[in-house]
Design a protein around this ligand. Structure first.
Ligand SMILES: [Zn+2]
Ligand SMILES: [Zn+2]
Length: 161
């Protein structure tokens, strides 16, 4: 059989070529001559607002609108009931073809440094202000604490790199 789509036989894992219009039908495998289900192995285009998950019964991918998340439907492949679930990025790692690159942006380290410097700086000036209010005891304590906090955070962030 010559066609545009290819899938693996569920009995012998041999490659079966077929016309995409035959997807979802049972045919005789050309390799092991047992009956196997024709399916299109990966859906190349996912529309915005669409997700896909694997059927809980037969493991074939099912594309569905995201608002059907957590809904029980009939699988288009095996026609048994399955629940549509939007897969988490970690669950999709095993399927390299379906993982879009750059889905998890790394936290910006610049922001961490800014927070580590700006926050103790505010504390430092609060200490200066307290000293100006003739509360030198409190002021010195706040200043010491903010300097300590700055060193503490910078130590943590430098170890993260
Ligand atoms: Zn086969
Ligand atoms: Zn199924």
């Amino acid at each position: 059989m010559i066609g545009d789509a290819k899938c693996k036989c569920r009995n012998c894992s041999g490659e079966v070529s077929f016309s995409p219009s035959l997807a979802g039908q049972n045919v005789e495998c050309p390799h092991c001559h047992l009956e196997t289900l024709l399916f299109i192995p990966k859906i190349e285009t996912i529309l915005p607002g669409e997700s896909k998950c694997d059927c809980q019964r037969c493991g074939q991918p099912i594309a569905f609108p995201v608002d059907l998340h957590n809904t029980e439907v009939e699988c288009p492949h095996c026609h048994r009931a399955t629940t549509l679930l939007i897969p988490s990025p970690s669950a999709r790692v095993r399927k390299a073809d379906s993982l879009p690159p750059g889905t998890e942006p790394l936290p910006d380290p610049t922001l961490a440094y800014v927070l580590a410097i700006i926050l103790p700086l505010i504390g430092f000036f609060f200490g200066v202000w307290l000293m100006g209010k003739k509360q030198s005891g409190h002021g010195a304590a706040v200043m010491a604490l903010s300097i300590f906090a700055a060193l503490f955070w910078l130590l943590i962030f430098s170890q993260m790199d």
